[in-house]
Design a protein around this ligand. Structure first.
Ligand code: CA
Length: 364
């Protein structure tokens, strides 16, 4: 072929490729499919956190932005802080009924619906964040969580992890088990049940009332999260002893959708939500680590006493947790199944954690 003819032929092939060799009807048809796929889907997501709440609140905002960008603007998730659309702890019911499409919160808030739900946040003296995520993805955790939430027309994803939470703020030092007897402490969930077996009087208080109760001595101690969020609550001004953690070793946060609504989404949008939620979880965990470290530095400069609970308390807490699990398992078959699944994964993963991360952390 002469060079001129070759160029002509190539140009013609290019033009054909542009039209894709399609008839007018086929092109119109493709256009309408394209338009259908790009129709905007809007979802309403409510959280249990105040507007702009660090790490948890800001993390969800970032997730929604990420979903918008990844979907080319075809999936819009509008985030509502607590009490805007629904009260902070009404998000589960509102999503279940379809009043809203999704929520961001913590599974242990719903233990009144089913005692097993507390375990999807993790268990006192149990697995840490990486192990819990392993259990969810490879040890049957997600299957159980989704099976039990399906009864409420809900479909959950891990929506973050706080990492190890601190054991709490105490007005007086805790030297022995005796020092816990009759102590009034704000501590919810399974940790509170364990503390009750050690003689503590666990108190439930809304976030806004904890500081005043601690300042006035209405309570003797409180747990919250970790340095980053605790420093904002001002507890260091009224309680000088800050104990290391055991009761929430890696609390899972949740991003949960109305199941029917989630199933109605395109495969593309479902995949975007899955991967954006995994990115959000990793970012939240890392942000907790970073902000806790920075806040710890400030607390240390304020002469806060950081202490470990005496060994007899930790050993007694381990025994008490076994009793709590036994009691809960006897009244709830779901709790029993979930706890057994967690325990099986813990027994599998602990020997490896012991000779890898735990070993390394003890020598570095
Ligand atoms: Ca806590």
């Amino acid at each position: 072929m002469k060079r001129r003819d070759f160029l002509k032929a190539t140009a013609a092939a290019g033009a054909a490729a542009t039209l894709g060799g399609c008839t007018r009807e086929q092109i119109e048809g493709k256009k309408s499919v394209h338009i259908k796929r790009r129709r905007k889907v809007k979802l309403k997501l409510a959280t249990s956190w105040p507007a702009g709440f660090p790490i948890m609140g800001t993390g969800v905002e970032r997730f929604a932005k990420m979903v918008g960008a990844m979907s080319g603007g075809t999936l819009e998730i509008k985030v509502y802080p607590k009490n805007i659309l629904v009260p902070a702890l009404a998000v589960f019911d509102a999503t279940s009924s379809g009043q809203i499409d999704a929520f961001h919160s913590g599974p242990y808030y719903w233990k009144g619906k089913n005692p097993a739900f507390a375990l999807f946040s993790g268990a006192p003296l149990g697995m840490v964040a990486s192990e819990l995520t392993g259990w969810m993805n490879h040890g049957g955790g997600y299957d159980l969580w989704r099976e039990l939430y399906a009864k409420f027309n809900l479909y959950p994803f891990i929506g973050g992890n706080t990492g190890v939470q601190m054991g709490g703020w105490f007005r007086k030092p805790i030297e022995s088990l005796d020092d816990l007897k009759g102590l009034k402490m704000r501590i919810p969930g399974l940790g509170g049940e364990v503390m009750a077996r050690l003689g503590v009087n666990p108190i439930l208080l809304p976030a806004g009332e904890i500081y005043t109760a601690l300042e006035r001595g209405t309570i003797d101690a409180t747990e919250w999260v970790g340095p980053a969020l605790d420093i904002r609550m001002g507890f260091y001004k009224v309680a000088k002893y800050y104990y290391t953690g055991w009761h929430e070793p890696g609390s899972i946060l949740e991003l949960t959708f109305n199941k029917a609504r989630f199933e109605s989404l395109s495969d593309e949008h479902k995949a975007i939500i899955q991967y954006a939620s995994e990115a959000m979880s990793t970012q939240m965990y890392v942000e907790f680590m970073d902000q806790n470290a920075r806040a710890l530095e400030k607390l240390k400069a304020m002469n806060i006493q950081i202490r470990d609970f005496p060994e007899e308390i930790i050993e007694s807490a381990k025994k008490a947790m076994e009793e709590v699990a036994k009691t809960q398992s006897s009244v709830s078959a779901d709790f029993k199944r979930v706890y057994q699944s967690m325990e099986a994964y813990y027994r599998l993963v602990k020997p490896w954690t012991d000779i890898s991360e735990a070993k390394y952390l003890s020598i570095r």
